[in-house]
Design a protein around this ligand. Sequence first.
Ligand SMILES: [Zn+2]
Length: 253
Amino acid sequence: MLPAALEEARRGGARVLVLSPHLDDAVLSCAGLLSGLTDTTISVLTLFTDCSPGPHTRAARSFLRQCAHPDAATLFAARRAEDLDVVARLDARAEHAGHTDALFRRRAVPEAVGRVLPELAHRYPTYRFDIARGRVSRGDRALRRALADDLASRAPDVDLLLAPLGVGRHVDHLITRDLGPTWPGRVVYYSDFPYSLTHAPDAAFVRREGLRPHQLDERPGVKESLVRGYRTQVDALFPGGDVPRAPETYWSA
Ligand SMILES: [Zn+2]
């Protein structure tokens, strides 16, 4: 059984805001649910939709290679266009908040330093030891405040907020998740796919928020076709070529 807030949304008439850390996460994790909502106003608000000019870190260069896109600015422009197309196919509205992806987030150092060693000029110098460790940098505190303020201003127009649970502990996913507890209205969390195939949810957060899981196994074919609309990402996300079929998991108090 689904949480009451989702069942209500499925009966129609609700205004649903879906927070997506990156340009693909909401669809990867929630396409089955969202494609089944009719007579519902859905907005997909993606937070980290931009990059910064080089020189890039090794981690960022490796990501650009995986996406077969040598230039970050054109890659992100292509990703935003893909997202507008895919989200429109869900009869939803895509919004791009324009914040910089963790791989490209810079910190203030003299320019010459960043030219010699780009890692020193970035808030998260590596993927493995920084971004994927789930330790949000103190340097991101102002960003977190700005995100919370922006979100609070939307509360009067939203009946239900969907936020990622942050499975996999990518810092951008955790920053997005942490907006959930600041939300004055109803919030349901979603397990971050495909990270949910290999990582466990954060037990401390689940306990603190009193969350229980609910599975939804619907429209896997629709999800695959939508996910394939993220052409720059799909090969890097699913190197074997298959988009694995798995139920979606939603968490509510
Ligand atoms: Zn993501």
